[in-house]
Design a protein around this ligand. Structure first.
Ligand code: ATP
Ligand code: MG
Length: 434
């Protein structure tokens, strides 16, 4: 019997990219084309206020179109990595999206989920009420209470857009379910889902005879994860290669008492290099505080550029340059980071050596999470037969190599980096709701 397509969907709300799957007439699941035929969409919203009268609400633009509107310099505010706000104190706060219009961060997330749901409903032709939502193993590391709050905040956002029956599944388990669709024999698999916000691991027994069981608790040997992934790599690249041009780690003026000069305060640079915190740098009190710090800078040029970044809201543009350079290096090339927007002709070379310097500590912490996952399960590294990689950050070979080296007997399988989790959530949703 065909499934009634009105009934359910599966949502991969990712830090960087999101996707939604719905049932098909032949009892399968398919990802919905969200934008220009693409089945994943950047987790980005642009609140456009250009040309609006004071009382008019901002127009919301999503995904690639949101990034384009920001880069074109349209008046408004870009939001990215909203998932990182779940579980932080920002979730209940508001942000100014331009000319005094305040938007609650929670509502940014609900609006984005609503967009995914609307596009899915255009495809199914009927309202969706039930959903499986993916979640990382930890929204918040080492704090179960805040972690539970983060899941609740995501559930609330889903309810706010009309989903009434909501179930959660770990993202790496979803990836395992997707991988399992393609296996013809039983294997012990370590799933490594390394995305934008989190690196998640599951040690799972998969196999054709197991895959139709709904309750897989016996097959899941361990779940573990850390809050370090692609957006942290972007931060390290920006701090290493771009923000020194705006004074990061620069020294203050020579001091009258002959004491060594102090380093300039660094908090603003960390905020500028963290996708979901960029907008916090633009508030009037924060701007005033930064303006007053002029005297802390040994080179006035650094402070001038920092204020330009704030006044022209270049935060996302600079971090995008860091991300682009990271991806260029991951794909085997090198990059010349163009900073002409800060100073005519300013370019910073970036290559694999610099990337490894910047990312070494993060890569190690991710690889250590593999050891913890195996320890949790009481399984020796030699027993792992397959390591299954998914998530955009597994495009970075030094990372997958470091993980592979810890699993001497494992065959490396690279899944669909962008869609494996969403597909697997679809598999789970179909079993759950059918
Ligand atoms: N070729 C590449 N090499 C390395 N990293 C890449 C590549 N392409 C994209 N990325 C990075 O992958 C990350 C996004 O991956 P993905 O879409 O899997 O994350 P997500 O699902 O949104 O995040 P999460 O699952 O952590 O919430 C970004 O940080 C992006 O810069
Ligand atoms: Mg993901």
């Amino acid at each position: 019997m065909p499934i009634d397509p009105r009934l359910f969907c599966a949502v991969d709300f990712g830090t960087s990219n999101s996707a939604i799957a719905v049932p098909t007439a032949d009892a399968g699941m398919a990802l919905v084309a969200l934008e220009a035929g693409q089945v994943t969409m950047p987790t980005a919203v642009f609140y456009r206020v250009e040309g609006l009268a004071g009382h008019e609400p901002p127009e919301r633009i999503y995904g690639r179109a949101a990034l384009a509107a920001y880069l074109e310099g349209q008046e408004g505010r870009l939001m990215r990595s909203m998932k990182s706000i779940l579980g932080s104190t920002l979730a209940d706060q508001s942000t100014d999206v331009g000319e005094g219009r305040a938007v609650r961060y929670r509502d940014v997330i609900a609006g984005y989920l609503q967009r995914l749901k609307t596009l899915a409903e255009e495809r199914t032709g009927a309202p969706l009420e039930r959903a499986v939502l993916g979640r990382p193993v930890f929204f918040v590391d080492g704090d179960p209470q805040r972690d539970a709050q983060a899941q609740q905040a995501l559930e609330d956002a889903a309810r706010a857009c009309g989903l009434t029956e909501i179930s959660f599944q770990f993202e790496p388990i979803a990836a395992a379910l997707d991988f399992e669709q393609t296996t013809d024999h039983e294997a012990l698999v370590l799933v490594a889902d390394i995305g934008g916000g989190t690196s998640d691991f599951s040690l799972v027994r998969v196999g054709p005879r197991r895959r139709d069981r709904l309750d897989r608790r016996d097959d899941i040997l361990a779940n573990h994860g850390v809050h370090i992934a692609g957006t942290d790599f972007d931060r390290q690249v920006e701090l290493a290669a771009i923000l020194p041009a705006c004074g990061y780690r620069a020294l203050g003026p020579t001091r009258a008492d002959g004491a060594p000069p102090r380093e300039v305060p660094s908090r603003v640079y960390f905020d500028l290099a963290t996708w979901h915190l960029i907008n916090t740098v633009y508030t009037p009190p924060r701007r005033a505080e930064l303006q007053r710090m002029k005297g802390f800078y040994g080179q006035p040029e650094h402070h001038r550029r920092l204020m330009q970044v704030v006044d022209e809201r270049l935060g996302h543009a600079l971090l995008t340059r860091a991300e682009d350079a990271k991806i260029a290096v991951a794909e085997g090339g090198s990059a010349s980071i163009d900073l002409a927007l800060l100073a005519p002709g300013l370019q910073v070379p970036f290559d694999a050596t610099r990337a490894l310097e910047a990312l070494d500590a993060d890569l190690d912490r991710i690889a250590q999470a593999v050891d913890v996952t195996l320890q949790m399960a009481g399984v020796s590294p030699e027993a792992v037969e397959v390591v299954y990689f998914t998530g955009g950050s597994t495009g970075f070979a030094p990372l997958t190599r470091r993980i592979g080296q810890r699993l001497p007997a494992a065959r490396a399988v690279h899944g669909d980096r962008n869609a494996s989790v969403a597909n697997g959530l679809g598999v789970h949703a179909r079993r759950l709701f059918r």
